[in-house]
Write a protein that binds this ligand. Sequence first.
Ligand SMILES: [Zn+2]
Length: 468
Amino acid sequence: MHYDLIIKNGKIVKTGGIFEGNILILEGRVAGITDSIQNGDAEKTIDAKDLFILPGVIDPHVHLGSYSSQDFSGDLRSETAAAVAGGVTTLICFLKAEGSYLNLAKTCIEEVGENSLIDVAFHLILLDEIQIEEIPLYVKELGITSFKFFRAPRGDTVSTIQGVDDGLLYRAFQKISKEEGCLAILHAEDLEIIREVSQKLREEGRQEAEAWSESRPPLCEEMSVCSGIILARHMKTPLCIAHLSAGNSLEYIAESKAKGFPLFVETCPHYLFLTKDSPFKEGTFGKVNPPLRDSSDRDSLWKAIARGVIDYIGSDHCPYTTESKGKDLWKAKAGLPGIGLLLPILLSEGVNKKRIGMEDVARVCSYNPSKIFGLWPQKGMIEVGSDADLVLVDLERSIEVKSEYLHSHSDYSPYEGYRIKGWPVMTISGGRILYKDGRVFNVEKKGRYLSRKGSPEIRFRNGESTRR
Ligand SMILES: [Zn+2]
């Protein structure tokens, strides 16, 4: 048999264990996994001795075209290069606009085919009544099955956050629950308390990074997480809590999950590595929502990953430049660039520090996001028939982070200067090598738009929603 590519002698990471062997690739898919190659040759053979082979990372939390000085297609080009440099082979991008998404999303789908290196799916951020009405159309016509909400009190003219009040959230959850296998994603922060606390800090003229964390205490997240879960459970709406940052709501989440309710939790690499006391060259470089927390929160999040209470990791990547980010703490844009360091941080701070194992990395970076967001079995695992999206990892490679290595439009990294041990050395998407040893290749290759169907994994099953 003649294959397009053979990767031999690698440590192949599956959710059930790691075994040494070879991966045979034909026409963009995994055609075989063997412990010996008897009769087969290939166009190209790669020796993966001493390297781990993971399923390509799925980054389900990326902002393109809305938080950058580039347009959507510019972000697609630069940030999918940054993605492959970090071992990411699929991303799910949040679209954000007012009014009907039908035309906008169709344009964005075309742009993926023209500009993206890797496969891309979309979530929609829903901000108004038209969009909530159109949820069934977005599922049917666009193949989008997950919808994010920011919560904002009705008539709020003080905060700059656009969002929906609890009445609209109720209406939206009701709609989503009628679409099989679709999800609501919640940005869980209580804005009214934030407004109250930050007013005082602003008046005191506080500008250092810690003041941002102080202005949005963990209590705000806990309140919003808990009330969001209560609403979702009553409406029978599968729910994702986006970017969980603090440890105080984990117990409530674990109890809710134990009842069998389809509830999924994300955290981000920055909450697993940085804290509010981390040094930043500029006070605003670490400004993100929810904010950076204490080391005790960071430790709780790692434990929750190991226990399966946290299901998946998203980078919440926003490709700001130093200039577009801004210098005044209270006016600067919130969000961090991070797609290229999602996997390295899990390897360096997780596997190499023995907080989690390599199989956990495959689970939270590939397998779980694939199942939750309806990309399985095409994505998220190394099995015959799945897309040949793979990342080869050297767990011993140790490099100090410099933003120029990251291939992003962003000219800074909040991790700049930190030494990270454990890096992707090669990224393969659809059977083609897109990244190797610091360089991005085959940029003429184009990714596909991934139209999704509701995931069968996340249905409310009979009876469980009535359990207390
Ligand atoms: Zn958010």
